[in-house]
Ligand binder design. Structure first.
Ligand SMILES: *Cc1c(COP(=O)(O)O)cnc(C)c1O
Length: 369
């Protein structure tokens, strides 16, 4: 099998999705599966759909196209504000997008009229993350503007947390967001279908026993893929963390000095370092910064990160059992996963571990551990 590669256990993603979807259903919240970290990989999208997500969401049109090309027909929402230059394609490939800009909404409306469609608009509201979003006090006017515009329909409002500034959602913020849905309905009439409260960072709030109010959707990527709370990095109990494994091949084993020889600019030190006092057993792997976020890999037991360059990863090896040609397996955090999935030289290999399929009623309560 080719290296480097990501081994993807679809049954674990299916299990994670089924578990979270089941838990959130009790709170009146549907799950939108976010596939951007896996570049819209169709098999992963299907594992999420089989696990009970109703819709998918993507940040990039290229990934959205990949899903459509593979025959995924469910509604897919564009969660990154569309580029003005892509308005035509956005209307062509998806029925709804998240928006914050009047000029973009006008372009989507024009494209929709031309294509004989009505494009759904979800207005993203700024609730403290300071990334994209309309200020709450401007939301009413913007909603009215969308309602009055032919070619587009107001489908909902959305909030996003803990992406740019790490602001986690709390009960007060979520209550305020929920009230906005009622306010908008009172102001401009139509029922607000989707009230999308946020991403994986919202799960502690959602499982925390707070009233969920009008919030009826969460857009989840990391929790379903990696079983992880993005704010704390904590494992979400009952979910698999190891659906993805990055496998790389050893291309050199050696024993080298712990510290490099001193710079020749300092001859006194250079002479001292001629006799290396401390060496270590190392492995060099055919994997580098071009393939993943090296700092987002968890080193296997007995191995420590020494350093990496664009194409080489150097790790310490306490056991020195591995030879040239051996494979080393790593688990990845979100950043490592997303970059590895997008790297042209990293292959993907799908597998389904039947033993990981969920047992009926086994994980009754999700908790952060
Ligand atoms: C990436 C993203 C998500 C999903 O975030 P996760 O932390 O992976 O659950 C949801 N909404 C928006 C707007 C995003 O950009």
């Amino acid at each position: 099998m080719s290296c480097p590669r990501i081994e993807i256990d679809l049954s674990k993603i299916h299990h994670n999705t089924l578990t979270v979807v089941g838990q959130l259903k009790g709170h009146g919240i549907d799950v939108t599966g976010v596939t951007k970290a896996v570049c819209g990989h169709p098999a992963i999208a299907r594992a999420m759909l089989n696990g009970g997500v109703k819709n998918l969401a993507e940040a990039r049109l290229s990934n959205l196209r990949r899903l459509r090309k593979a025959g995924v027909t469910c509604p897919i929402t564009l969660i990154r504000s569309p580029m003005l230059s892509q308005a035509n394609d956005v209307v062509h490939f998806c029925e709804t997008s998240y928006n914050t800009e009047r000029a973009v909404i006008a372009a989507l409306a024009a494209a929709a009229i031309q294509q004989g469609k009505v494009h759904g608009i979800i207005l993203m509201v700024e609730m403290g993350d300071l990334r994209e979003g309309i200020m709450p006090q401007d939301l009413g006017a913007m909603a009215q503007h969308v309602v009055d515009m032919p070619g587009v329909a107001l489908k909902g409002i959305g909030a996003n947390f803990a992406c740019l500034s790490g602001t986690a959602p709390d009960a007060a913020k979520m209550r305020a967001f929920s009230i906005l849905a009622n306010d908008i309905e009172g102001m401009c009439g139509p029922f607000i279908q989707t009230v999308s409260g946020g991403n994986s960072a919202n799960l502690p709030w959602a499982f925390g026993g707070h009233a969920t109010g009008r919030i009826n959707d969460l857009r989840l990527g990391e929790a379903l893929l990696l079983g992880c709370d993005p704010v704390s990095g904590n494992h979400i109990a009952g979910l698999h963390r190891d659906a993805f494994t990055l496998v790389a091949e050893v291309i050199e084993t050696d024993r080298k000095a712990v510290r490099p020889p001193a710079s020749v600019a300092n001859p006194a030190l250079a002479r001292l370092s001629l006799v290396p006092t401390c060496t270590q057993q190392r492995l060099i792997l055919a994997l580098g910064h071009q393939d993943t976020d090296i700092f987002g890999l968890s080193m296997p037991p007995g191995h420590g990160l020494i350093g990496a360059t664009s194409d080489h990863l150097v790790i310490g090896d306490d056991h020195s059992k591995l030879k040239v040609g051996s494979e080393v397996r790593f688990h990845m955090n979100y950043s490592a996963l997303m970059r590895a999935m997008a790297a042209p030289d990293v292959a993907t290999n799908l597998c389904v571990d039947r033993t990981a399929l969920p047992e009926q009623g086994r994980h009754k309560h999700l908790a952060l551990v």
